[in-house]
Write a protein that binds this ligand. Structure first.
Ligand code: BF8
Length: 633
């Protein structure tokens, strides 16, 4: 087994691994899995029907077709677009749950939620064509929820938020016939056409893959973000702390892990409840400490300043500190291994979603209508578990980092445009003048195939050094936060132009925009930048790019496709599992650009990735007639 320092860049994670050499983790399981299946890695196996499983021999000695006759390009394309369908389904079902909660709140059927951002409600209602004047807030919210609900089941036409995109982009989508009709519609279409004997043309499969991914980015994810802001309040820049050191040694610790703010947001209210606090004290605890893992952590960080314990690969390590009373999970990115791990510690694993149950977990089903009551019951379970903590087994790394999080499409313009004039003009002018070379969204997961966090951090540092503003979400944002890159002080490692901007407006050079569904905020920011003028007519004109250096989930595949489908070049630290088909590889790395104006790049080395991104941004600047950016020496 490798040393902890070879597995993770993160100091706190190294400490937990070193303190627990026998701990089974994703890293140890990964090592046991080696060598991983080459057919799977290359995208050359198919088990979509029971004539198979079939596999194509990449060296040309064995079968070159499956039993139905599917070639390597058909099989690898089919597998990849199925990943898009699963990823889109996950994001979009999260969006649907938020719509459901908004509807219940509007109908007064829940004790846990109310409309927190009326201004945003009116903006979205107006965009949806709902009459707002003289109407009650809840009546407007009900109409918004019903229209948003209908976006999922719509069979024909176009998703509403598609109209947010620049005209030129909309035309590209319409010409290619990839405008999403309805969110569920596109997931079903993708699953249908990847059934045996349906769509067996790789280009046709990828066009549907693009349409499906756009239904995520411009549909399910965007609805999740916008309606979460209405319901839970739009985030504002907020200070907090990150890393395993936020776990408290003398309080009841509850870690929320997963994705939907519906659960985590109401937990914030429950742990602040006076009665609960008194009950915790009666059991010998100094208080109740709530912290988060993964995207739900980002949600309550940006809205309430709740600290983050860690990102994807730290979920097992949090339990290994011996100080977590309850690991509370909802949906997505929760390792089933947590159940086993909790068997050997006092930590209780509590699952809450009917869609996500886990071995050895106690299931306390969450119900939006009784949200606060259930949240308090969960807090009580945690408090009751506090006396079971074994002091000798507690070992919390004393590692935390300060951060500023919670930027949005609205607050970026307020910050950069000044207090009295909220506008994107200063951001556009900074790019036009060359103080900023451009902007890059660095997002996505951790993957034990790479040194934990290292690629996120190296890539981010390389880019801010060269005057590239970085926006970040998901586990990437948490990696950057742990490195101190979400503090205004990080300006000291930036290029002179970015440093000057950070100095003037007091923002960090890396802006935390939230969870993975909040990548839709990046799309909205880019729409606003284009509307402000001076930087072209389409996303593909802008000096911007996207990167997911340590991606692993199917949601990341959906995101990567809607980014490229929107005209944004996307750099991936791991290749898609398609490398067994030269034709598919060529399509994704080259030919797709002729269709949508952007392509994928597979590059494992973050420094090389940064070089390629800088070259790309400089080419985009040149095409726009902007002056070159001088390199800092
Ligand atoms: O949705 S970045 S590991 S937590 S998938 Fe999962 Fe990846 Fe983290 Fe959030 Ni996004």
């Amino acid at each position: 087994m490798k040393k902890a320092s070879e597995l993770t860049h993160d100091k706190a994670s190294r400490e937990v691994l070193e303190n627990n050499p026998q701990l089974e983790t994703a890293w140890t399981r990964y090592e046991k899995m080696l060598p991983q299946c080459g057919f799977g890695e290359m995208g050359l196996c198919c088990k979509n029907c029971a004539m198979g499983p079939c596999r194509i021999d990449p060296f040309g000695d064995g079968p070159d077709k499956g039993i139905c006759g599917a070639t390597s390009e058909i099989i690898s394309a089919r597998n990849l677009v199925r990943m898009i369908a699963a990823g889109s389904a996950a994001h979009s079902d999260h969006g649907r749950d938020i719509v459901h909660t908004l509807l219940l709140a509007a109908e007064g059927k829940t004790n846990g939620y109310s409309i927190k951002d009326k201004k945003k409600l009116l903006v979205i209602a107006t965009e949806y064509g709902i009459k707002t004047e003289g109407r009650d807030t809840n009546a407007i919210a009900k109409d918004v929820a019903e229209i948003a609900y209908a976006e999922f089941s719509q069979q024909q036409g176009e998703l509403r938020f598609i109209k947010r995109a620049p005209e030129k982009r909309q035309k590209i989508w319409r010409d290619l016939k990839i405008v999403p009709r309805g969110i569920d519609r596109e997931v079903v279409d993708t699953l249908h056409r990847t059934h045996v004997g349906a769509d067996n043309d790789d280009l046709s499969l990828f066009l549907q893959g693009l349409r499906n991914s756009l239904a995520d980015g411009w549909g399910g994810s965007m609805i999740a973000t916008e309606l979460s802001d209405i319901l839970f309040g739009s985030p504002k820049p907020i200070r907090s702390k990150v890393n395993l050191g936020v776990i408290s040694k003398d309080e009841v610790n509850i870690i929320v892990h997963g994705h939907e703010p519906t659960l985590s947001d109401v937990m914030v209210a429950a742990v602040r409840d006076k009665e609960m606090l008194e009950y915790a004290r009666s059991k010998g605890a100094k208080g109740i400490n709530l912290a988060g893992i993964c995207c739900t952590a980002n949600e309550i960080l940006m809205r309430h300043g709740i600290p983050i314990a860690g990102n994807f690969l730290q979920q097992e390590l949090a339990i290994a500190t011996g100080a977590v009373e309850v690991m509370l999970v909802d949906i997505q990115c929760v390792m089933p291994a947590l159940g086993d791990l909790c068997q050997c510690s006092h930590t209780k694993l509590i699952s809450t979603s009917p869609k996500a149950k886990f071995p050895f977990a106690t299931h306390m089903e969450f119900n939006e209508e009784k949200a606060l009551d259930i949240a308090k019951e969960i807090v009580k379970v945690a408090i009751d578990n506090f006396p079971n903590r074994v002091a000798a087994k507690v070992n919390i790394p004393d590692v935390t980092m300060d951060l500023v999080a919670g930027f949005t499409a609205e607050s970026v313009s307020q910050f950069l445009g000044g207090k009295y004039r909220s506008t994107y003009r200063p951001l556009n002018d900074a790019i036009i003048s060359g103080r900023l070379r451009g902007a890059v969204g660095i997002v996505g997961c951790n993957n034990p195939k790479q040194v934990h966090d290292l690629c996120h951090i190296r890539l981010t540092k390389e880019l801010i050094k060269r005057d590239v503003l970085v926006v970040t979400t998901g586990c990437s944002a948490i990696a950057c936060a742990k490195e101190g890159l979400l503090t205004p002080e990080a300006k000291d490692i930036c290029g002179p132009g970015l440093k000057e901007i950070c100095d003037t407006v007091g923002i960090p050079p890396v802006l935390h925009l939230g969870s993975c569904v909040d990548i839709s905020r990046i799309l909205v920011i880019l729409c606003n930048v284009l509307k402000e003028g001076g930087l072209g007519e389409d996303f593909s004109d802008l000096p911007v790019a996207a990167a997911a250096p340590e991606w692993m989930s199917e949601k990341a595949v959906a995101i990567a496709f809607y980014a490229v489908g929107s005209g944004i070049n996307t750099f991936l630290g791991n290749p898609f599992p398609v490398i067994g088909s030269e034709k598919v590889k060529k399509f994704l790395l080259e030919d797709i650009e002729n269709l949508v104006g952007a392509k994928f790049v597979f590059e494992a080395d973050p420094v090389k990735t940064a070089d390629m991104i800088v070259k790309l941004l400089d080419e985009k600047r040149k095409k726009l007639g902007l002056k070159p950016v001088a390199e800092k020496n």
